[in-house]
Write a protein that binds this ligand. Structure first.
Ligand SMILES: Cc1cc2nc3c(=O)[nH]c(=O)nc-3n(C[C@H](O)[C@H](O)[C@H](O)COP(=O)(O)OP(=O)(O)OC[C@H]3O[C@@H](n4cnc5c(N)ncnc54)[C@H](O)[C@@H]3O)c2cc1C
Length: 386
C-alpha cells in the first residue's frame, strides 16, 4: 500500500513554485486568453514539460504519482497551465517514450522535455468525438511520403506563437471495413506545408490554453512518421488516453482544492448575522462534504497512478479517477460559489474562473458517460457463462 504522505514534502515544493510562477498570472491568462512567454519559460525552467521524460533527454523522469501531484498543484494555480502540462506529459511524452523508435525519441523528446516544443494530440474530428474511431482524415502513401487530408477539431496545445508538433490519427487503410484497425498515428510538425490551424475554439473556460481546428491539405510527411505500428494508431491513442485520464483527474482535484481553499477562507472571514459564516452548521457540513470528496478523488487519482507505475492494468482505475474527480471538481466549485454568495458570481474573483475551467474535465479525453461505459464494460464480462 502506497503511503501518500511520503509525497507531502514534494507537494509543498511544487505548490510553493506554482504559487510563485503561475498563480499570479492566472487571472490575466483567463482575461487575455493567452499564456505569456514569461510563464511558459518559467514552467520550462522547472522542467515540468518533461516531468516524466527520461533524464537522458532533459526530462525529470518522475513517476506518475509525482507527475500527477505536479499537474494537480499547477492546476490549483491555473487550470489553463495545468491542462497544457497534462497533455504534454500524458498524451505526448508518454506515447513517444512507449512507442517511438529510437530515432523518433532521439529527435523529438528533447524539444518536448524542455518545453521548446508543445505537443498536440489530434483525435477528435467533426464526426468523431465520443465515437473516436470514426476517423475520416486520410493518409495515402505516395513514394516515400504520406499525403494527409482531413480535419481535426477541439485540439489542445495548438499555441500558434509556440513551436508545435501534432500526433494525429489518420486512416491509412482505405478499406472501410478495417474500422479502427485501419487507423495509424502520424507525427506532424506544425510548420509542415499543408498543416493549417483553423478556428480557435471559443471556449467557456481554460482561456489561454489554445484549442483549435486543424486542417490537413495535401500535407506531406516522411514515410517513417508513423508512431507505433502501421494501422495500430487507434490502440496507441487509447493507451495514451488511459494515462491522460489520470492527469485530467489530477487537474480536477487541483481545481477542486483551489475552490475548497477559497470557500474555507471565506467561511472564516465573512461575517453575517454578527458572526463568521463558518459558525453556521450548514456551512460546516458543506465544507466537510467538499473536503471529503476532494480527498477521495485525490486518492483515486494517486491509486490509478501508482498502478501505472507498478506496471499493473489501470484502464478501469484511470476512468474511475477521471469520472469521479471531474464530478467532484464541478460540485465543489459550485458549492464554493454558493458559499461566496454574490462574490462567487463576480468575474473579478477567481471562483467563477475555476467553475468554468473544471467543467472541461467532464468532457475532454472522453466524457463522463464514456468513462462509465469503460468502467462498466471492464467490470461486466459479457462472455462469462452464467
Ligand atoms: C476544451 C477542449 C479541449 C479538447 N482537447 C482535445 C484534444 O487535445 N484532442 C482531441 O482529440 N480532442 C480534444 N477535445 C475533444 C473532446 O475529447 C471531445 O469533445 C469529447 O470526446 C466529446 O466528443 P464530442 O464533443 O464530439 O461530443 P459527442 O460525442 O457528440 O457527445 C455528446 C454527448 O453525448 C454523450 N454520448 C456520446 N456517445 C454516447 C454513448 N455511446 N453513450 C452515452 N452517451 C454518449 C456524450 O457523453 C456527451 O454528453 C477537447 C474538447 C474540449 C471541449
Amino acid at each position: 500500500m502506497l503511503d501518500y504522505s511520503s509525497y507531502d514534502e514534494f507537494r509543498e515544493e511544487i505548490r510553493a513554485k506554482a504559487d510563485e510562477i503561475v498563480a499570479p498570472h492566472a487571472a490575466a491568462i483567463d482575461a487575455e486568453d493567452h499564456i505569456p512567454d514569461g510563464v511558459m519559460k518559467a514552467v520550462a525552467q522547472e522542467g515540468w514539460f518533461g516531468a516524466t521524460a527520461p533524464e537522458a533527454y532533459g526530462g525529470l523522469a518522475w513517476d506518475t504519482v509525482r507527475y500527477s501531484i505536479m499537474v494537480e498543484e499547477v492546476s490549483r494555480a491555473s487550470g489553463s497551465v495545468g491542462v497544457m502540462l497534462a497533455v504534454q506529459g500524458s498524451l505526448i511524452v508518454y506515447p513517444l517514450q512507449k512507442y517511438g523508435t529510437p530515432e523518433q525519441v532521439e529527435h523529438y523528446m528533447p524539444g518536448f522535455a524542455s518545453g521548446e516544443v508543445l505537443g498536440s494530440f489530434a483525435l477528435t474530428e467533426p464526426g468523431a468525438g465520443s465515437d473516436a474511431g470514426n476517423t475520416k482524415t486520410t493518409a495515402v502513401l505516395d513514394g516515400e511520403e504520406w499525403v494527409i487530408n482531413g480535419q481535426k477539431c477541439f485540439i489542445t496545445n495548438t499555441k500558434r506563437d509556440w513551436p508545435g508538433i501534432c500526433f494525429a490519427t489518420v486512416r491509412t487503410d482505405p478499406d472501410p471495413s478495417a474500422g479502427v484497425r485501419g487507423v495509424s498515428s502520424l507525427v506532424v510538425p506544425a510548420e509542415t506545408p499543408g498543416f493549417n490551424y483553423g478556428r480557435k475554439e471559443n471556449k467557456m473556460g481554460l482561456h489561454g490554453s489554445d484549442t483549435s481546428e486543424i486542417f490537413f491539405e495535401d500535407c506531406r510527411v516522411p514515410k517513417d512518421s508513423v508512431l507505433g505500428e502501421l494501422n495500430e494508431g487507434f490502440k496507441l491513442f487509447m493507451v495514451a488516453l488511459d494515462a491522460g485520464r489520470i492527469s485530467i483527474g489530477a487537474m480536477a482535484v487541483g481545481l477542486g482544492q483551489a475552490a475548497l481553499d477559497l470557500a474555507i477562507k471565506h467561511a472564516e472571514t465573512r461575517h453575517q448575522f454578527g458572526k463568521p459564516l463558518g459558525v453556521q452548521q450548514a456551512i460546516q457540513w458543506k465544507i466537510a462534504e467538499m473536503a471529503t470528496k476532494v480527498r477521495a478523488a485525490r486518492f483515486l487519482v494517486y491509486s490509478a497512478a501508482a498502478r501505472k507505475d507498478a506496471g499493473l492494468p489501470y484502464t478501469t482505475e484511470a476512468a474511475m479517477a477521471k469520472y469521479y474527480a471531474a464530478e467532484v471538481g464541478r460540485l465543489v466549485a459550485s458549492d464554493a460559489v454558493q458559499i461566496h454568495g454574490g462574490l462567487g458570481y463576480d468575474k473579478s474573483y477567481p471562483l467563477e474562473r475555476i467553475y468554468r475551467d473544471v467543467k472541461l474535465d467532464e468532457i475532454g479525453e472522453g466524457t463522463s458517460e464514456i468513462q462509465k461505459i469503460v468502467i462498466g464494460r471492464n467490470l461486466i464480462n459479457l462472455k462469462r457463462k452464467t
